[in-house]
Design a protein around this ligand. Structure first.
Ligand code: IPM
Ligand code: MG
Length: 352
């Protein structure tokens, strides 16, 4: 197969972990006879520094013209001025919107050899294998009005949580399709006791649920969901929720895996290239030191092979190599070990 991938390493540890994901992709390409062409572009703070914009039109066009996009991370303290007219995060949001990737899949598994890396009790973690489907191009992140100004002599700010029915339906349908290939359970998370947008969300989830009688649907309020993620995470299979709720719950869920550095994500739309990124962010405190955990980026590359290219065997090969490296004791600093970023990749590639 010929694959054309846009690389957007971004800021902080982004370039370090993307370089490792590329090493793994190249190893897979050699072994399974694929040809991969990479186009590398800037996004986030480095793009602001170079072009004065966190995402240029050309970069978005290049992403749209490729088969899939692999992104590292954006952001850092040097671009954190709250009054700046552009911010690294804006580039990421514009990219998600521009690619139309409305569903963000964030799988979270507890790896038995890493149970000690999590602050939770081992018995809570046994059997944890869930996936959060976060709505990614609507809700509180994008709703209008979204502004700040003087109003009645006071400083005033507003963000809007809005959804059209079709935006809710398509992401919930995707969650049900995923559940069909898993443990057949969907947990729809909302705040329907308070928010009108959540009442629409719940109504549509219920409708979609009726069309899938083989799948169990439960509705859980977001505050209760936050508690259940810690109190009984093994009972969750597919969790589907609004953009901002999903942002918050997935950081919480990452604690189950032992380290945020392990977690990948895939963002998918109806058509066009998917966007793949580790969920850990730019980690400015350790950037440039060569100690970041590359697994989140490597597993994101595996998700890319699965969802954008239907290369299931290749994706599984990467996931198993990661499992084996961890089972052998390979640990970066976030997991209490001493391996450097490149050494962790060496340990993984050795199992491919
Ligand atoms: C994430 C991040 C982003 C988000 C930031 C960097 C804009 O926290 O991918 O979860 O809020 O979506
Ligand atoms: Mg987040």
């Amino acid at each position: 197969m010929n694959l054309h991938i846009t690389l957007l390493p971004g800021d902080g540890i982004g370039p370090e972990v993307i370089a490792e994901a590329v090493r793994v992709l190249d190893a897979i390409a050699a072994r399974y006879n694929h040809t991969i062409r990479y186009t590398e572009r800037l996004i986030g703070g480095c793009s602001i520094d170079r072009f004065g914009q966190s995402l240029t039109e050309e970069t978005l066009a290049d992403c749209l013209a490729s088969d899939a996009v692999l992104l590292g991370a954006v952001g850092g303290p040097q671009w954190d001025d709250l009054n700046a007219k552009d911010r690294p995060e804006r580039g990421l949001l514009a990219l998600r919107k521009g690619l139309g990737v409305f569903a963000n899949l964030r799988p979270v598994k507890a790896h038995p050899p890493l149970i000690d890396a999590s602050p939770l009790k081992p018995e809570k973690l046994a059997g944890v294998d869930l996936i959060v489907v976060r709505e990614l191009t609507g809700g509180l992140y994008f709703g209008q009005p979204k502004e700040r100004r003087l109003r009645n002599g006071y400083e005033w700010a507003v963000d809007t949580l809005e959804y059209y029915d079709y935006e809710i339906r398509r992401v919930i349908e995707l969650a049900f399709r995923l559940a069909a290939g898993r443990r057949k359970k969907v947990t729809s998370v909302d705040k329907a006791n308070v928010l009108e947008s959540s009442r629409l969300w719940r109504q549509i989830a219920t409708q979609v649920g009726r069309e899938h009688s083989e799948i169990t649907l439960e509705h859980v309020l977001v505050d209760t969901a936050a508690m259940r993620l810690i109190a009984s995470p093994a009972a969750l299979d597919v969790v589907v929720t609004e953009n901002m709720f999903g942002d918050i719950l997935t950081d919480e869920a990452s604690v189950l895996a032992g380290s945020m550095g392990l977690l990948p994500s895939a963002s998918l739309g109806e058509q066009g290239p998917g966007l793949y990124e580790p969920i850990h962010g730019s980690a400015p405190d350790i950037a440039g030191r060569g100690i970041a955990n590359p697994i989140g980026a490597i597993l994101s590359a595996a998700m890319m092979l699965r969802y954008s290219f239907q290369l299931e065997a290749e994706a599984t090969a990467i996931e198993q190599a990661v499992e084996r490296a961890i089972a052998d004791g390979a640990r970066t600093a976030d997991l209490g070990g001493t391996l450097r970023t490149t050494q962790m990749t060496d340990a993984i590639v050795a199992h491919l």
